[in-house]
Design a protein around this ligand. Structure first.
Ligand code: NAD
Length: 367
């Protein structure tokens, strides 16, 4: 297979973690016989410095002609006082909008070796392996009318929760397709006992489920879902929900792992998918070789699976990461800063070596 990937390193630790990911892609290609061509673009603060805008037209053109986009992170104190059109985050939001990515995927897996990094008890964490599929471009964050005015009883505010049938159906289809690649169970989260939008959501979920007889569908009210996520998180496979509920639940679920340097994400639409670690640009550790590259590696695994359909290769990356952790290798964020720990490049080398040698496969058999 031949694929073209647009890499947007961004700011802070972004260039460090994406450099490791590009080497990872080369080695996955070498091991499995694929060719991944990489092109680069500027985004965020570094693009402001270079081009006077956080999202140059050249970057958009490079993304449009690629099969997938890998982003490091954007932002940092240097650009905090810039006007809104020159802020790094404006570039990121513009990129998501341009790519039309309406489905945000956040897998949450607790690696047994890192269970003590979480605030929850190990017995609650055992077996967590879920994905939150969040609708990203509709609902309360975008609905019109919105605003504030003064009425007869003082200040009045309005936000509008609006969804079309099409927007709901396509995100549910995404969730069912993902479930087919996993344990074939979808939990649709809504507030159908109160909200009109949720009642339509539930109807459409039932309709889509009829097309996926091999996938089980459960409906859970959002308040109960929030409780279940900390009570018995291992019960979930794929959770699908609208924008606001997804925003809150995905951060709640992220905290199950306790280590931000481990969390990948994917944003999917009709065009190239956007893959990025959940963490930011970590200016406090930038340039020191302390960044954990594993969230970016796991984002590459999502790219291989969801944009290229390379299931075996995606599994290889995820298993190699797990194997490396099982050997006791850690970056500084995973040891609380206590030596010994590996640098960014050393951790990258360990994972790549495991992929090239296939060591992780032997280890799996031995468990
Ligand atoms: P952050 O995620 O950058 O950092 C939070 C803490 O986690 C820091 O102590 C950092 O050192 C640590 N950390 C984060 N990623 C790590 C990694 N891979 N390895 C080791 N340690 C890691 O969040 P923040 O400090 O709130 O934000 C810093 C900048 O990043 C801000 O400018 C913010 O706007 C931006 N940001 C960007 C994105 C994005 O690009 N998607 C997301 C969040 C924040």
């Amino acid at each position: 297979m031949e694929k073209r990937i647009c890499v947007l390193p961004g700011d802070g630790i972004g260039p460090e973690v994406t450099a490791e990911a590009v080497k990872l892609l080369e080695d996955v290609g070498r091991r499995f016989g694929h060719r991944f061509d990489v092109v680069y673009g500027d985004v965020g603060g570094s693009a402001v410095d270079e081009h006077g805008t956080p999202l140059p037209a050249e970057t958009l053109a490079a993304c449009d002609t690629s099969d997938a986009v890998l982003l490091g992170a954007v932002g940092g104190p240097k650009w905090d006082r810039e006007p809104v059109e020159r802020r790094p985050e404006t570039g990121l939001l513009g990129l998501r909008k341009h790519l039309g990515v309406y489905a945000n995927l956040r897998p949450v897996k607790v690696f047994a070796e890192l269970a003590n990094a979480s605030t929850l008890k190990p017995e609650v964490l055992a077996g967590i392996d879920l994905v939150i599929v969040r609708e990203l471009t509709g609902g309360l964050y975008f609905g019109q009318p919105r605003g504030r005015q003064v009425g007869p009883d003082g200040v009045e505010v309005v936000d509008t929760l609006k969804y079309t049938e099409h927007e709901i159906e396509r995100i549910l289809v995404t969730a069912f397709e993902i479930a087919r690649l996993r344990r074939k169970a979808v939990t649709s989260v809504d507030k159908a006992n109160v909200l009109e939008s949720s009642r339509l959501w539930r109807e459409i979920a039932e309709r889509v489920a009829d097309r996926y007889p091999d996938v089980k569908l459960h409906h859970v009210l959002v308040d109960n879902a929030a409780m279940q996520l900390v009570k018995k998180p291992a019960q979930f496979d794929v959770i699908v929900t609208e924008n606001l509920f997804g925003d809150i639940l995905s951060d709640e679920a992220a905290m199950l792992t306790g280590s931000i340097g481990m969390l990948p994400s994917a944003s999917l639409g009709a065009g190239p998918g956007l893959y990025e670690p959940v963490h930011g640009s970590a200016p406090d550790i930038a340039g020191k070789g302390l960044a954990n590259p594993l969230a970016t590696f796991l984002s590459v695994a999502l790219m291989l699976r969801h944009s290229f359909g390379l299931q075996q290769e995606a599994d290889a990356v995820e298993k190699a990461v797990e194997w490396v952790l099982r050997q006791g290798w850690r970056t500084a964020d995973l040891t609380g800063g206590q030596p010994p720990y590996l640098t960014t490049t050393e951790m990258g080398d360990r994972v790549r070596d495991a992929i090239l040698t296939g060591e992780y496969e032997d280890a799996k058999d031995a468990v």
